[in-house]
Design a protein around this ligand. Sequence first.
Ligand code: AVJ
Length: 319
Amino acid sequence: MGNFTTGVKETRFYNDVISGLSGFPKQLFSKYFYDAIGDKLFQQIMNCDDYYLTKCEMEILELQTEAIIDSISADDYFELVELGPGDGTKSIKLLKELTHKKADFTYIPIDISHSVIDNLEALVADTLPEVKTSGMNGDFFDMLNQLRNSNGARRVVLCLGGNIGNMTVGESHAFCGKLRQSLSKGDKIIFGFDLVKNPKIIRRAYDDSEGITKRFNLNLLERMNRELCSDFDVKKFEHYCSYDPETGSCKSYLVCLQDLEVHFPEAVIPFKKDEYIHMEISQKYTLSQISDMAHKTGFVVDRNFFDSKKWYVDSVWEA
Ligand code: AVJ
């Protein structure tokens, strides 16, 4: 145990957590939601009735596969880089169509979760053995730097599922700008953006009636207890979600229900009653914000693919 707790302090997770909980307001990075249990809970979120994003995007990818593929592929070899593929059910539709069209490409999924990459490589090997796959494990920003020094092949980047929503508008601009620098003229990106809509629908998606999102948030406290030897009493924290139609920001918090202290191997974090931890932002966009972001970061919008409700868009950008 002694050695284990010393090891804990060396991890980036520990350092991010301690600095995030030492400042004001307290916050945690949403990328840490995704341990093995978090992956499963997110899977359940995607399948629950209130979370519409996945259904909208699946509809787009199913009904407009050919047109999407036509917008990204040509006769040349390319690398298909996917940021945050999740369980692969979305991208597999595109991979199938690409294989069918005999496109020459390598699939490079990148994810923060080890298990996601392992499962995905197995799934692709099983269902589409002809696809060359080479998964990478890490966070997007770290991976962007690695992407820069490669072989000159044309690149198509997929950032589906509304993953970009986990950044603030400012962070997304910075991210797209950086991404542009690691790409060459003619390379493409498909971004999945969740669009602004009736505020009630959005809030319900992040505070679902089955309480899965609540468990998803609380799991990060439990994950810290498991991996960082902290002693969060999760019963003393309540999930709260707000959506502001003026800014398009949907935010999740865990609110502390009483004064308490949480102990880590080498830190004590005090909480006041009603103090909150900011857990996650899920930013919603208008179409003009999307094209504005593309132009400001060195891209042009090629085409937008919508679901039938126009709740969500897969936006194809060219560098
Ligand atoms: C994986 C970032 C797209 O923000 O909609 C879902 C994560 N969090 N419910 C989102 C999430 C709570 C999700 N993304």
